[in-house]
Structures are given as C-alpha cells and as structure tokens.
Design a protein around this ligand. Structure first.
Ligand code: COA
Length: 381
C-alpha cells in the first residue's frame, strides 16, 4: 500500500481538481458543479483510496462507462486509475454524479464542525462507508465498489456503529445504498480465508457473534429504514431486506442467496421472514436452491416494494424519500416500533438459531471447499 501511495502522488490532486471544472450537461449539473468547488476547498488530503473513488466517479459522471484501453501493468498509476473507473461498470452518469456529490458532501462534513444530526458532538469517519445527512435523511452508503461492496469484518462493525448513530440522530428516515454498480455482494469470502489466531473454531464463533450483533442492529433499528438497491444484491444483503421497512430497487438489481452452493445456511431472519412474505415454496427456491430473482420477480414476491427504471431510479427514489422525510419524525418512529414490537422477541430467537447453525456450517468441509473453489476459479481467470 505504501508503494501505491508513493506512486499515486505524482498523479496530482490539483490537476484533477482543475480538470474537473470541465462543463457538464445534465439534470444535476448544479449540484455536481457545487461539489467540485467544495472539493477544491478541502483542507485535508482525503487519502489515495478516496481520491481514486473521486476520480472514478468523475470519469463515469462526465464520460460514462470506462471505454479507454487498459494501460499496461508497468504503467502502474494509470492502471490503478483505470481499474477504479472500470470497477464502476455500467453505473449511469446520473448515479455517478449523485455518488460524487454525496462523497464530497461527506468529506466536507468530516471537516466541518459537528452538525445537529450527530449528537455525539463529533463527526465520525468510516473506512468502508460514506455517511451523509441531508433533507432529514441519513444515508449509509457501502463503499467498497472495487469489491462489489462485499462486507468485511471491519464493514460489519462499521455498519453496526453507523446504524446506532443513525438511529439516534435527528434524521427522520435512514437509507442504505451501495457505491458503484453493485448494491452488495454479501459476506466478503476472504473473511474465511485468513489464518485465525486461536483456531478456526474461535474464528467461527467470533464471526457468529459479529453476525448476531449485526442482524440485531436491524431488528432494533428505531426509525424507518429504506433499502435503495442500486444494483445486484447477494447473500446477507438480500436476506436482511426482510427487516427493512421499504425497499426500492432499480430494474438492474438482482437478488441472489447462494447459500447451499457455498455450503452455508440463511441468516438475517430470512428463514422465518421469507416464507412468511413469499410463501414456503418461493422462499425455498431462493434459500435452498439458489434461485436468483430479477427485480420484478422480487417485487412480485414482496421482497421489493417498487422497481424503477435505471434511468430515473435515483431521481425518483430520492424525490420520494425527501417527501417521506418531511413527515412527523416521532409519529413515524413510534409507528415503526409498534409494527416491529409484535415480533421482536421472535426475531431475536430466530437470529440466534440461524447464527448457531451458520457457525456449524462455517466449520464444515462443504463450506470450506465451496469457498476455496470460488477463489480457485478467480485465480484461473
Ligand atoms: N467476497 C470476496 N470478494 C468478492 C466478493 C465477495 N463476496 N464479491 C466480489 N468480490 C471481489 C472479486 O473477487 C473481485 O476481486 P479482484 O478484483 O481482486 O479479483 C472483485 O470483487 C470484483 O468482482 P468480480 O467477481 O470480478 O466481478 P463480477 O462482476 O465478475 O462478479 C459477483 C460479481 C458478485 C457475481 C462475484 O464476484 C461473486 O460471485 N462473488 C461472490 C458472491 C458470494 O458468493 N457472496 C457470498 C454469499 S453468501
């Protein structure tokens, strides 16, 4: 990493800021331009990882999906930048502009004095998430686009903390979405490949405790929680949707829970909520037989509330959420808590049972072999 940082320095952050003054046409041009100005005024260097994300979003917003030839391995700086841009896949220019604006807003927020939405009195910065509060909406954005937002142990912990802060802040609703072209590719499979201190059994037990706390954070979340599903979703990012209050998806999203393929078993209270929501047979197709649903199919079975065209997804969803966030805060929170209270104890028990089963599964040969196959297949590419 140190080498990456040294090599990126000549790239020239100032030049990037200057280049980014190029004129843009489009719906959110004013917001985008305002964000570019704010970027120039940042006092702290945000670090190379963030600068790469800014660069990639800027290219995607102004030129669309990466269409330039891949630089050679020896052209290291340009290769890293090209990879970052390429990792955004077919993300629309409008969504790239939106993510660019959100990213700059969150960077500026980190430098600003405490805002009312952060009652702890200090702004919290996360390594794997971007958090912003605007128009009474706290947005938690998964931010590992180059890994399709796969959830590492660090990200699980940060999500738990971000949900805790969002639950207590002054916002009316909270939204979770992803950076880049994926919503989330589920558990980071590298979580299973590290050589653990204290042995594999301890590792599985610790991972189980983390998962239990993670799912509990959703069960206990005290105000309306909205999923803004900006692309494909896999594994735990799908199973948890049963604990969201509303789920809006782009037509490009898919919903896949390949548990048995990985020798694992369902979590996120899906073993209870999915059959209840969609009927036992449809739930079994997903949770046992790995059936991947399109956004339209997920909407038919009740996992998704509404599907939007990719071209208008961001503007339609955020316009709607801004209107929801003008509703009385306490009324919304108390009503949500009433709905959740009916089954809260049951959900805790289901979470415990699912985690217990998963800890066993993680130690099974079936699971280890499936994960090794995933990485072996990648290494052959
Ligand atoms: N865990 C670890 N790494 C992951 C990941 C995951 N869940 N999902 C994606 N990645 C990594 C890939 O290994 C790749 O890393 P690399 O650039 O170092 O090779 C990078 O993210 C981009 O993914 P890639 O596979 O190249 O993109 P794709 O568009 O071809 O495929 C997926 C995307 C999500 C379909 C594919 O990565 C995948 O199947 N991931 C595993 C999903 C999964 O099984 N999750 C657990 C469910 S229980």
């Amino acid at each position: 990493m140190a080498a990456v940082i040294r090599l990126l320095s000549p790239w020239g952050f100032d030049r990037f800021v200057r280049d980014s003054k190029a004129a843009l046409m489009g719906a959110s041009v004013e917001e985008f331009n305002a964000a570019k100005e704010k970027l120039g005024a940042l006092k702290k260097d945000p670090g190379n990882e963030v600068k790469l994300t800014i660069y990639a979003l800027f290219k995607q917003a102004t030129q669309g999906p990466c269409n330039t030839p891949k630089p050679s391995m020896l052209d290291f700086v340009n290769k890293v930048k090209w990879d970052a841009w390429k990792s955004l896949g077919s993300l629309s220019q409008e969504e790239a502009r939106r993510q660019y604006v959100d990213l700059i807003t969150s960077l500026v927020g980190e430098e600003a004095p405490a805002v009312a939405a952060q009652p702890t009195g200090s702004t919290k910065s996360f390594q794997t998430l971007l958090i912003s509060t605007e128009d009474n909406i706290t947005t938690i954005r998964l931010n590992r686009p180059e890994k399709k937002n796969a959830i590492t142990a660090e990200m699980y912990n940060e999500l738990i903390e971000a949900l805790d802060l969002a639950g207590k802040d002054d916002s009316v609703i909270t939204a979770i979405t992803g950076s880049g072209d994926y919503y989330c590719s589920g558990n980071d499979l590298n979580n299973f490949t590290k050589s653990p201190e204290g042995g594999v059994e301890k590792m599985a037990k610790d991972a189980g405790q983390l998962l239990r706390r993670y799912v509990k954070a959703y069960i206990d979340f005290p105000k309306p929680l909205i999923g803004v599903i900006n692309g494909p979703a896999v594994g735990v990012s799908v199973t948890l949707l049963g604990l969201f209050d509303v789920v809006y998806a782009t037509e490009r999203a898919t919903f896949h829970t390949p548990f048995s393929q990985l020798g694992q078993s369902p979590e996120g209270c899906s073993s209870y909520l999915f059959p209840k929501m969609m009927g036992a047979a449809k739930a079994s197709e997903m949770l046992l037989f790995n059936k991947k649903l399109t956004a339209a199919q997920a909407c038919e079975v009740g996992l998704v509330t509404e599907v939007f065209p990719e071209s208008s997804f961001q503007s339609e969803v955020w316009t709607r959420l801004k209107a929801y966030a003008k509703l009385p805060r306490n009324s919304l929170a108390l009503s949500k808590q009433l709905i959740r209270a009916v089954e809260k104890e049951k959900l805790y028990a289901i979470n415990d049972a699912e985690v217990e089963r998963l800890v066993e599964r993680w130690l099974s040969d079936e699971c280890m072999q499936a994960i090794m196959s995933f990485f072996q297949a990648k290494s052959k590419l």
